[in-house]
Design a protein around this ligand. Sequence first.
Ligand code: ATP
Ligand code: ZN
Length: 296
Amino acid sequence: MMPRDRLRIAVQKSGRLGDPSRELLSRCGLKFRSSRDKLFCFGENMAVDLLLVRDDDIPGLIADGVCDLGVVGRNVLDEAALATPGEMPYRELRALGFGGCRLSIALPQDEAWTGPQQLAGKRIATTYPNQLADWLRRNEVDAQIVTLSGSVEIAPRLGTADLICDLVSSGATLAANQLRETAVIMQSEAVLAGAAEMPRDERGDLIELLLRRLDGVLNVRESRLLMLKAPRAALAAIVDLLPGRPLPTVTTIEGRPDDIALQCVCSGNVSWQDLEAMKRAGAQGMLVLPVEMMLA
Ligand code: ATP
Ligand code: ZN
């Protein structure tokens, strides 16, 4: 492998993770010469390039040193890690908060669920044979794994399996195929993955920088700036209702001595119920704004 001085990040070319991955990297200040149809995107303002690939290829690209980092579902990363027993070739550096789903066992809707033991002797269709095998082993169940490359959810109707083990997010696909989610094998979301060993050259410094910026973006993602006005007499009651108990800044309003303006950063979302409760306590003109960046 030729030595490289530029960092290379693999992201999904299209599909569920493609756009959110690139959006997250751009929020970290990375600019790429955009070429959506091409495999390679050159980083214009930092020595960081993108490789646009199928998500299933990302663990292998990291393991082979072709890419230093990758944005990939934990489901894909763990499946690849289980395929190389003994060593742990990858490191999950950060969970990224999008692409959330779970790997679950699903049964035909009319079958009762009594627990893992009822799967003994059954045929289970999946594209995640390693994680399924691992889960079956931990539950001491002997079942037959039918490995498919896609369209797992129709296997029970086709008669090629009795039940399935597949990714679920809303559950709509399962319902459309008369299946019902039972045991959850793992919780997944998009993660930033790297090799078990960090590169010790400039690329290691770039990874450190990227992780710091990523933390800055991820930490404020759920934060909201809340602004409101209220009678000064209602202040204590409203402060009690601020979601997450933040420290508010309270200022006077010119020409209205009995009223105040309040501003605070709430970590976590602000709901309609929160706003309605504050309104009942006397708050007016409430504004909730997303937070773009935060540097403590
Ligand atoms: P590719 O062409 O890159 O191989 P794909 O069809 O394998 O695409 P997608 O369907 O885009 O991939 O899914 C990518 C990832 O999105 C999954 O590995 C998983 O981590 C996540 N994901 C979130 N919700 C779901 C869902 N309901 N079904 C499948 N994947 C989901
Ligand atoms: Zn894929």
